[in-house]
Design a protein around this ligand. Structure first.
Ligand code: PRP
Ligand code: MG
Length: 178
């Protein structure tokens, strides 16, 4: 497993000064690019969550839509999208959160989760944590009691974890210090 994680870590690509000068952008696309890395990534993610009785994987638009459905299929769960505003056609719950510039919103279909679902919320990256904390609050608001939170990458220095209550199960496969 350590070997697999090291491989994944080395496969993430650093793009300096994207999208603006001074930002070291962690590009996850090489993880999906070859059958080897995609299958190792899938293996490591499933290892963490199989046997937990997960019934729904919730993926956050856009980059949570890549591994989210793969995990759902392999875990025998359904997949639920959380989307940017105005994209979901039926009734939604909405949550606001702070971004670098002003506020942003995300939405989930009201009828997509039940109280007794065991939910895994997945996104590619934990930065400030604003996006995932909003997603977590959406899922909580729907009465779900059993919630796991997963990322591929965590940018440790931004301390996104500290937004969440201590008892929330948050896992990231790979840590980077910016
Ligand atoms: C990125 C990333 C996470 C979020 C993390 O998504 O994919 O969803 O930012 O940042 P935070 O922890 O500071 O909230 P982005 O909003 O850039 O959009 P995308 O997934 O559609 O590319
Ligand atoms: Mg995103």
């Amino acid at each position: 497993k350590e070997q697999k994680l090291t491989f994944l870590r080395n496969t993430v690509r650093n793009i300096p000064d994207f999208p603006i000068p001074g930002i070291q952008f962690k590009d996850v696309t090489p993880l999906f690019n070859t059958k080897e890395s995609l299958s190792i990534l899938t293996d490591v993610l499933l290892e963490e969550y199989k046997g937990k009785g997960i019934t729904k994987v919730v993926g956050i638009e856009s980059r949570g839509f890549i591994m989210g459905p793969i995990m759902a299929l392999e875990l025998g769960a359904g997949f639920v999208p959380i989307r940017k505003p105005g994209k979901l056609p039926a009734e939604v719950f909405e949550e606001e959160y702070e971004k670098e510039y002003g506020v942003d919103k995300i939405q989930i279909h009201k009828d997509s989760l039940y109280e007794d679902d065991v939910v895994l919320i997945h996104d590619d990256l934990l930065a400030t944590g604003g996006t995932m904390f909003a997603a977590y609050n959406l899922v909580k608001r729907m009465g779900v009691k059993n919630i796991y939170v997963n990322f591929i990458i965590e940018l440790e220095e931004l301390k996104g974890r500290t937004l969440f209550p201590k008892d929330v199960d948050i896992k990231a496969l790979i840590q980077f210090s910016i």
